[in-house]
Design a protein around this ligand. Structure first.
Ligand code: SAH
Ligand code: SF4
Length: 441
């Protein structure tokens, strides 16, 4: 979501005459788009700001200016603290009000330091400009479209409901228009995103509410759009129509990111996840019934307050039962204002470190074996970019694996069958099938 927000900020500022650069030294404006989900991410910002402050001061000597903006969820959660800890920051803007950046920057230029952390979700999407064809093309053939923002779930470890606000779904027509624009400019794959994307309930023009499955059904008819994905889902909102969409819509890719956090019912309850481990296993079984080749991915937290060895073992067992193609796993990080942080049974760092290492070893083993199992198969690949070596192109399998082959740049934006010949640690090597050559399933 932060990637999406950053591109929308770039679109907006592009209209104001700004161009993107990867070189801080030549930037007139630096925006740190921040994440507050874990303490480590939030703390990084202050060290980054320290470096930028030195650059800003050096420039002031030579009469050149540099504006520093802190955007995103850290801005939302602790904007006042950011302004206090770092004098060089000119502006603090939350994730629901960055559409006001041009005006805010103008006011910052006129003098004074500003904060804008309104929860103006609807307002934001109405005000943001559409990117130009050139901007879309420069970003490649796979794009994100936000369909839903915010969260009402209040898992007891999580800051999102406090930083992104209440759950809001965008209207169907806006999503269709944004997607069409991307596809007309050459985008072949669209990932619908939201904090709880499968809780999507957006109005159509007659005011009827559409589910995510219905939205996919509609989008899948768009010519030129080859692949559809979505992230991130919550198990509780994994409706049967969405599961069945994986059977009836070939463009909907057989890869679902479904965070489970823990395999222990006791911990799931304490986390306020509102489902049991068994419910998760049941969803996975139904997804695999709809699409036998379904690849699963998930998020895990180890060391939630009160987690015993037995609870942790239940997580390991769930992982063994499912078999994940990929995953993200984290040590629990107590976040200010969340119920989890108030508990007096916090787990020690050493125990968390050991559990995380054991879990990650198992998940890594599963990832490698998932990748090895594709060797010898023929898989459709969407080509996205030139490879690292001359004459090489790279793309993605339906299961989100990076694949590279020898081939010409003309293939970029197209989907073609590839015989997978080898699995490396982070990507697969393949060979483009020749005309008339038979594919192996
Ligand atoms: N909406 C999604 C995930 C949002 S946050 C969901 O409901 O699952 C992304 C991931 O960050 C979470 O899935 C969780 O694994 C992790 N995370 C969130 N808060 C955390 C915390 N306080 N400590 C450690 N990991 C956390
Ligand atoms: Fe956070 Fe996801 Fe839970 Fe919402 S559902 S509170 S975003 S972990």
């Amino acid at each position: 979501m932060n990637v999406y927000d950053a591109t929308r900020m770039a679109d907006l500022l592009g209209q104001e005459g700004y161009a993107e650069t990867t070189n801080e030294a030549e930037a007139d404006l630096v925006i740190l788009n921040t994440c507050h989900i874990r303490e480590k991410a939030a703390e990084k910002i202050y060290s980054e700001l320290g470096k930028l402050a030195l650059e800003k001061r050096a420039r002031e000597v030579s009469g050149r200016d540099m504006k520093i903006v802190v955007a995103g969820c850290v801005a939302q959660a602790e904007g006042a603290e950011v302004l206090k800890r770092q004098r060089a920051v000119d502006l603090v803007v939350g994730p629901q009000s960055y559409h006001r950046l041009p005006d805010l920057l103008q006011r910052a230029r006129e003098g004074g330091r500003l904060t804008d952390t309104d929860f103006a979700v609807e307002d934001k999407f109405d005000a943001l400009p559409q990117p130009s064809r050139a901007q879309i093309r420069a970003r490649g053939v796979s794009a994100f479209v936000t369909v839903q923002e915010g969260c009402d779930k209040f898992c007891s470890f999580c800051v999102v409901p406090y930083t992104r606000g209440a759950e809001v779904s965008r209207p169907v027509a806006d999503i269709v228009a944004e997607t069409r624009r991307l596809v007309e400019a050459g985008v072949a794959e669209v990932t619908l995103i939201g904090q709880n994307v499968n809780a999507y309930r957006g109005p159509d023009e007659k005011g009827a509410e559409w589910s995510l499955a219905r939205l996919f059904e509609h989008l899948s008819e768009m010519r030129g759009l080859e692949r559809l994905r979505y992230t991130t889902s919550h198990p509780v909102d994994m409706a049967q129509d969405l599961i069945e969409a994986h059977e009836s819509i070939p463009k909907l890719m057989p890869y679902v990111h479904l965070p489970v956090q823990s395999g222990s019912d006791r911990i799931l309850k304490a986390m306020n996840r509102k489902h049991k481990a068994e419910d998760f296993l049941d969803i996975v079984a139904r997804l695999r019934k709809a699409r036998p080749d379904m690849a699963m991915s998930s998020d895990f937290i180890v060391g939630f307050p009160g987690e015993t060895d037995e609870d942790f073992e239940a997580t390991m067992q769930l992982v063994r039962d499912v078999g994940f193609a990929s995953s993200f796993s984290f040590k629990y990080s107590p976040r200010p204002g969340t119920p989890g942080a108030e508990r007096d049974d916090q787990i020690g760092e050493e125990v968390m470190r050991e559990r995380l290492a054991a879990l990650q070893a198992l998940l890594e083993e599963q990832r490698q074996s998932f990748n090895s199992a594709t060797v010898g198969r023929t898989i459709d690949v969407l080509f996205e970019k030139q490879g690292r070596h001359e004459g090489q192109i790279g793309g993605k399998s339906p299961y989100m694996q990076a694949v590279h082959v020898s081939g010409s740049a003309e293939m970029i934006g197209r989907v073609a069958p590839v015989a997978i010949v080898a699995a490396g640690s982070n990507s697969l090597a393949g060979r483009l099938l020749g005309e008339g050559e038979e594919a192996k399933a």
